[in-house]
Every structure is written in structure tokens, then in C-alpha cells.
Design a binder for this molecule. Structure first.
Ligand code: SF4
Length: 282
């Protein structure tokens, strides 16, 4: 360019404007192309491609939870057959018969044929006291706390009264008699034995009678009468008449504790005992 040529500012401005527009257009075109290429490139960029995630380390194996036990309703017990029912009742101990009263006492002391002997609080069993071959055997109904304390089948008041009846009314010496209880294990205060407890203990009572072989028997109280002669017989039918137990004469009368509490019953008791006098004289 000729440095001496006079510059036309308007022409120069127009030339510069054209050049600027051309550059802007070129950049726009290339810029768009780069952008598209970049987008395409970015679309396959390994950083943006979702990579399969490495598997998380397996959690340490834990013991499977215990299965919840299904609630199974308890099976109802099948009804007992007649034969099973019979074997569920107290049976006669295989070790019977006892050789003597000492043997009987030993066996009774460890007996658990009923709940009285099987309970943890068992307070002890009492076998009879008196003559080993008595003329008269008294059978009381059960052992209570007072009898257990004395270790005798009767408490003090009942025992004293029975002694007077024996000597004064029956004409016998106390040493000629024997006193025992239908149920051998002591009961808690105010309790009476259940029919099943009485039935369980009958095997020992029968064995005791066999070993003692008394000339006559007196049951004292309804419980004792039912223990010896059975539950079916009401006390009223047993009292007031001469009975027999396996051939041995017997009567059922009031318990001495009832006579202590009700002296007006003594006359009736005396009438019962008189039924035995002929057997005792022979
Ligand atoms: S009450 Fe008689 S049958 Fe029952 S445990 Fe005592 S001794 Fe055995």
C-alpha cells in the first residue's frame, strides 16, 4: 500500500466490518461443528457410559433366622379304652404281701400312690399303734396336723376318750387294742382326703388288717366306714348294725372327736359298740 495514498476512514471501517462478519460466521460454523462432534464424542465417552458396577461384596453369610414355629393346637387325648382306664387306677403294689408290720411301715413311709405322698411337702405317713394281735381294731378316718404332731392316729382328746370307751364300755385293756387310720399320710389343717386318696391307701389298710387279724373292727367316722366298706354305702346304712369285713365282725360309729364336740352322740355310739360285745366275749 502506498503510504502516501490518503486513507479513507469510511472505506476502511467498511472493510474492517466485512472482515469481522466473515470471521464471526466462520467461527459460528466451526463452532457448531465442534459442538456437534464434541456431543457425539461425549456420547461415547467411557466416563459417561454407564459402566457395569462392580458387584458389592457379598455380605457375610448369616445364619438364617429360625423358622417361626407354627402354632399347633395340642392334640386332644384320645378317650381311654376300658382296659387303659383300669390300668390307670391305682394298682396293687407288686411287692405285696408285706411280711410283717415292720415291712408294712417301711413300704408306707416311701409310698407315693396318691398326691399326699407324692407332694414335695409330704409330712409323713403314720401306720397304726397298739397290739400286734389285737382283740379290737379301731380305724380312724385320716391324719391331721394334731395327730401328726403326736405321731399317733388320734389327737390327745380323741385318744383319751377312746381309751375310756375301751376300758369302761367294752371291758378291754387298751393294750388289747390297735388304732390305725384309713389314710396314712397327714393332711393339711382342715382338709379331708379325697375319694381317690382314700381308695389309693386302701391297699395298705387291707394289708394292715390281714397282718393284725383282729377279733373285731370299729370304724370311727363316716370316712373310715366308707374307706373299708365302700363309697356307695351311705354312712347311715352302715351305722347301727353289725357288719362284717372278710368275716371279721365290725361296726361303724362316730369318731371320738365328734363325741368330744357333741357329747349327746355318746349314747348312739354306745349302742353301736354293744353290737360287738358278743364277738369280743367269745
Ligand atoms: S396316703 Fe396312703 S396311698 Fe397316699 S401316699 Fe400316703 S400311704 Fe400312699
Amino acid at each position: 500500500m502506498d503510504s502516501n495514498k490518503q486513507l479513507d476512514p469510511t472505506a476502511e471501517l467498511a472493510a474492517a466490518t466485512r472482515a469481522l462478519r466473515m470471521e464471526i460466521g466462520r467461527r459460528k460454523r466451526w463452532g457448531a461443528k465442534r459442538t456437534a462432534a464434541a456431543i457425539a464424542e461425549e456420547a461415547v465417552s467411557p466416563e459417561l457410559i454407564p459402566q457395569p458396577q462392580p458387584k458389592a461384596p457379598a455380605a457375610p453369610e448369616q445364619a438364617p433366622p429360625a423358622p417361626i414355629a407354627p402354632r399347633i393346637p395340642p392334640k386332644a387325648a384320645p378317650p381311654l379304652l376300658k382296659e387303659q382306664l383300669q390300668t390307670s387306677l391305682p394298682s396293687t403294689p407288686k411287692s405285696l404281701p408285706c411280711s410283717d408290720l415292720g415291712d408294712l411301715r417301711k413300704r408306707v413311709s416311701t409310698c407315693s400312690r396318691c398326691s399326699l405322698g407324692a407332694s414335695p411337702g409330704r409330712s409323713g405317713a403314720i401306720v397304726g399303734r397298739g397290739a400286734p394281735r389285737p382283740r379290737l381294731l379301731y380305724i380312724s378316718d385320716h391324719i391331721g396336723p394334731a395327730e401328726h404332731t403326736r405321731q399317733k392316729p388320734l389327737d390327745e382328746l380323741a385318744g383319751t376318750l377312746l381309751g375310756k370307751i375301751t376300758t369302761g364300755g367294752m371291758g378291754l385293756k387298751v393294750e388289747e387294742t390297735h388304732v390305725t387310720s384309713a389314710v396314712k399320710c397327714a393332711l393339711p389343717p382342715g382338709c379331708v382326703p379325697s375319694p381317690s386318696e382314700t381308695a389309693s391307701c386302701k391297699v395298705w389298710l387291707e394289708e394292715e388288717i390281714r397282718l393284725l387279724a383282729p377279733s373285731a373292727i370299729v370304724t370311727l367316722g363316716a370316712g373310715a366306714a366308707h374307706a373299708l366298706f365302700g363309697n356307695d354305702a351311705p354312712g347311715g346304712k352302715l351305722k347301727g348294725r353289725l357288719l362284717h369285713y372278710k368275716g371279721t365282725p365290725a361296726v361303724a360309729t362316730f369318731h371320738p372327736r365328734d363325741l368330744v364336740a357333741r357329747p349327746d352322740l355318746k349314747a348312739s355310739a354306745w349302742a353301736d359298740l354293744q353290737l360287738l360285745l358278743p364277738s369280743l366275749k367269745s
